[in-house]
Design a protein around this ligand. Structure first.
Ligand SMILES: Nc1ncnc2c1ncn2[C@@H]1O[C@H](COP(=O)(O)OP(=O)(O)OP(=O)(O)O)[C@@H](O)[C@H]1O
Length: 349
C-alpha cells in the first residue's frame, strides 16, 4: 500500500496532496503547474515536505535517509553517463534481475553502445532499465516520454506496458498525457492547484461523469478491456469482443484471444434512442444510462452500462433535453471505428 500526505509551501504555491493506492501503477495526472513534479520530488526525497508522510509498505520514507529509500527515478531526459556504454550505465546502480530487465526492455543489442549513438527512445529504455536494476522498492517516472517524438513515444510505451504488467515494484507515473495514463495505470490521482481532487481505480474515475470537469472535457473517456476476436486482413480491421457487444477497430491489434485496453473518448460517442440503420459507423452498443452529469458549460456527461462495461459520452445539454434522457433508459451508443486512436489501444495489464 502507498499512503502519501505531504504539505510544502513553494513561494505562492502550496502543495497539499494526499492519496492512498494499492501496489500497481499509480498515475498522477494534472495540467502543467498543478504540482505533479513537486509531489514526486517530495516522494523521492529531492524536496523536503514541511509536513506529512510518504508510506510505502508501512515504511515512512520522509523519516528514511535518501540513500536508504531504494527509489528508482526516471526523469524526462534520460540522464545517462555519456562516457559509459549502455552495459555500464545499466549496472551503475546495481545488477538486480539484469537479464530479465535487458530482455523486457529489448536492450540486448545496445549493450556496447555509448549514449551519444542512441535514439531518444533507446536512451529512455536504458534509463528505465537502470532504475529497475537498482532493485528499487518504488519506481518513480516523471513524464518519461515527454521529450520523445510520436514514434519514439509509441516504441517506449510498448515497453513500459510490458514492464507495468510484469513488475511487482510499485510505480508512480507522472504525466499530463491521458493516452499514456489510460494505457499504463491501475490507479489514477488527479491534481489541480497543488491538491488531489480525486483518486481511485483508473477505470472507475474515467467512467464517472462527475469526474469529467476534473479530467478535462477533451481527455474524458472511459477505458474498457476487450478480447481480440479476429483480424480481417482484407480490410485491415480488428474485431474486439466486449462484455455485451463487439467493436471493429482499424489496424492489427494483437492476436486472437489477447486482452486489450481501449480508451474511448467521451466526445466521440454519439447517442441514439433508436437502433440506428443505414449508418457508416460500424460500432453500435446497446446501453442503459447509469448517470447524467450536467456541467457548467453546454455539455452533459452521460455514463452508460453495456453489459459489465462502462462507457462515457459527452453530448450537448440541448441534445440531452431534446432526447429526454433519464437514468435507466435504453440508448444506443455509436462509436466511429477511427475515434479510437492507435495510441489509445494497448495490452491489458
Ligand atoms: N522552488 C519553487 N519556488 C517557488 N515556486 C515553485 C518552486 N517549485 C515549483 N514552484 C511552483 O509550484 C507550481 C507547481 O510546479 P510543479 O513543477 O510541481 O508542477 P507540474 O504539475 O509538475 O508542472 P509541469 O507539468 O509543467 O512539469 C508551479 O506554479 C511552480 O511555479
Amino acid at each position: 500500500m502507498i499512503d502519501i500526505a505531504v504539505m510544502r509551501r513553494l513561494g505562492d504555491f502550496t502543495l497539499d496532496a494526499a492519496f492512498a493506492a494499492p501496489h500497481g501503477v499509480t498515475a498522477i495526472f494534472g495540467r502543467s503547474g498543478s504540482g505533479k513534479s513537486s509531489l514526486i520530488n517530495c516522494i523521492a526525497g529531492l524536496m523536503r515536505p514541511d509536513a506529512g508522510h510518504v508510506r510505502i509498505g508501512g515504511m515512512d520514507l520522509t523519516q528514511t535517509p535518501v540513500h536508504r529509500r531504494r527509489i528508482g527515478y526516471v526523469f524526462q531526459d534520460a540522464r545517462l553517463f555519456p562516457h559509459l556504454d549502455v552495459a555500464r550505465n545499466l549496472s551503475y546502480g546495481g545488477t538486480h534481475d539484469r537479464d530479465a530487465v535487458i530482455e523486457m526492455l529489448g536492450l540486448d543489442d545496445l549493450l556496447h553502445r555509448r549514449p551519444a549513438t542512441l535514439s531518444g527512445g533507446e536512451k529512455s529504455r536504458v534509463a528505465i532499465g537502470r532504475a529497475l536494476m537498482s532493485n528499487p522498492q518504488l519506481l518513480l517516472m516523471d513524464e518519461p516520454l515527454a521529450a520523445l517524438d510520436a514514434d519514439r513515444k509509441a516504441e517506449v510505451l510498448h515497453y513500459l506496458e510490458r514492464l507495468c504488467a510484469a513488475t511487482r515494484v510499485p510505480v508512480i507515473y507522472v504525466s499530463h498525457a491521458m493516452s499514456e495514463v489510460a494505457r499504463l495505470a491501475t490507479t489514477l490521482v488527479l491534481m489541480e492547484a497543488g491538491r488531489v481532487t480525486r483518486f481511485g481505480p483508473l477505470d472507475h474515475i474515467l467512467s464517472d461523469p462527475a469526474a469529467v470537469p476534473l479530467v478535462g472535457v477533451r481527455d474524458a473517456g472511459a477505458v474498457l478491456t476487450g478480447t481480440v476476436r479476429g483480424l480481417n486482413a482484407a480490410d485491415g480491421l480488428t474485431e474486439v469482443a466486449l462484455s455485451a457487444g463487439r467493436l471493429v477497430l482499424p489496424g492489427r491489434l494483437g492476436r486472437h484471444g489477447d486482452r486489450i485496453r481501449l480508451r474511448i473518448p467521451a466526445q466521440d460517442v454519439i447517442l441514439s434512442l433508436q437502433a440506428p440503420q443505414g449508418l457508416s459507423a460500424l460500432n453500435v452498443l446497446t446501453c442503459h444510462i447509469a448517470a447524467i452529469e450536467v456541467g457548467h458549460g453546454p455539455g452533459v456527461a452521460v455514463s452508460l452500462n453495456s453489459g459489465s462495461d462502462r462507457l462515457l459520452a459527452r453530448i450537448t445539454r440541448r441534445s440531452a433535453a431534446r432526447m429526454g434522457l433519464v437514468v435507466g433508459q435504453e440508448v444506443h451508443a455509436i462509436i466511429k471505428a477511427t475515434a479510437v486512436a492507435a495510441q489509445d489501444i494497448g495490452g491489458a495489464a
